[in-house]
Design a protein around this ligand. Structure first.
Ligand code: UDP
Length: 388
């Protein structure tokens, strides 16, 4: 076997591990990837008719406040000055998201100042009393009050998660800031941007080292090749970033995931479909959750002015053969996850990482941070000192 380490999956967790172990330690890494390309769901490609960069698995926006992660990613790519803004359509009217003073004033046809808006939202979330919000609904109402919750969160979330919002964790809604200013940037992070020459170029450069071999279209669970689970586990250290339940053959049951379907349309009668990169649809009469228009992610590029490409995004429960995107994380899932964690802890020389391997809703920067930490605390000591 020509590997000091086998990495299963080439999303940002797997790529970061492979890069560190090869570039920093000079060790040989084999990456086993089921798909025909690396990069996990961050992968992007050029749409051939328009020449526009399209994110194959849903729009990916890079943002972080972690200096270490920012320094790290800048070794492989520069970033544009893109700042993400999202709008949402509710009852035929467009509002800025996340909820900010502009959204509040537009919704109530008012001209509240920050303190007045805060007082109003406080009044509209009074039904909770002093109770600490314990699920998505309570957290949503505590943040923006019931009317705004029902307009902008309730139905969008019903479409996206198809799970009773009472059964969703509060942390999902906490991803979004609520601001009492007119700042409608989507993210609060210090650093933000898109890779200047695209995700595909960035991710490919991360593993540009002859010590790294990538086996695409190779299933870790298919015994017919040299780097399958049955042949490598126990022989060589493994970093596994696929679904944790799949690794254990679903013995404790399936963890629930959401997947998305992206309906691509190339429009040749207009160079601008919606005037912005992401438009959410807050109401149930529209079956999709949002439309992405990719040209707007790169206003600095010279894309054709008479054509554009959009994705309508639909969300549904993932079946085993679907691509898992979002861990649903109900109580039932958490109970199963605890059992899978116990199994994982007793698995020799296998590190579970990434969104699928840990069943955590990790953003790109979090997956990288977690991989850097795993490298420093587990893999580097292992290779340098022979620690387990
Ligand atoms: N959300 C919502 N309305 C919106 C946007 C988001 O209710 O217009 C909720 C929804 O439940 C979503 C969560 O907030 O899953 C987090 O949104 P984010 O944009 O971070 O989701 P992602 O882009 O990762 O799908």
């Amino acid at each position: 076997m020509d590997a000091d380490l086998v990495v299963v999956g080439s999303g940002l967790f797997g790529l970061t591990i492979a890069e560190r172990v090869a570039n920093d330690l000079g060790k040989r890494v084999v990456i086993v990837e089921r798909r025909s390309h690396i990069g996990g769901n961050a992968w992007s490609e050029t749409e051939p008719i328009t020449g526009i960069e399209v994110h194959r698995y849903g729009a990916h926006l890079f943002h972080t406040s972690n200096e270490k992660v920012w320094d790290y990613v800048n070794r492989f790519t520069s970033f544009t000055g893109y700042q993400h803004h999202v709008y949402t359509t509710h009852k035929g009217v467009v509002f800025p998201m996340p909820v900010n003073l502009g959204t509040i004033n537009q919704f109530f046809s008012a001209a509240y100042r920050p303190d007045q808006a805060k007082a109003l939202i406080k009044e509209q979330s009074q039904e909770l009393g002093n109770k600490e919000p314990s699920n998505f609904v309570e957290k949503g109402i505590s943040l923006v009050g019931r009317p705004l919750y029902e307009a902008f969160f309730m139905n969008y979330t019903a479409k996206q998660w198809q799970t009773e919002p009472e059964n969703l964790p509060a942390s999902i809604v906490s991803r979004l800031p609520v601001r009492y200013t007119y700042n409608n940037r989507y993210f609060n992070d210090t650093y933000e941007g898109l890779p200047t020459d695209g995700y595909g170029a960035w991710l490919t450069r991360m593993i540009d080292n002859p010590l790294i071999t990538v086996l695409t279209e190779t299933d870790f669970f298919d015994d017919s090749h040299e780097y399958s689970k049955s042949k490598v586990v126990g022989t060589v250290p493994v970093v596994y970033t696929g679904p944790v339940d799949r690794y254990f053959d679903y013995v404790e049951g399936d963890l629930s995931w959401r997947t998305i379907d992206l309906e691509e349309e190339v429009l040749t009668d207009t160079g601008d479909f919606q005037g912005t990169s992401v438009m959410n649809y807050a109401d149930l009469d529209v079956p999709f959750t949002r439309i992405h228009e990719f040209r707007h992610f790169h206003p600095e590029r010279h894309y054709p002015t008479d054509k554009t490409v959009i994705h309508r995004e639909y969300s549904r429960f993932a079946k085993r053969d679907d691509e898992p995107y979002y861990p649903i994380n109900t109580d039932d899932d958490r109970a199963k996850l605890a059992k899978y964690r116990e199994l994982a802890a007793s698995e020799p020389e296998v590190i579970f990482g990434g969104r699928l391997g840990t069943y955590k809703y990790l953003d790109m920067h979090m997956a990288i941070a977690s991989a850097l930490m795993t490298y420093e605390t587990v893999l580097r000591p292992h290779f340098n000192d022979g620690d387990p």
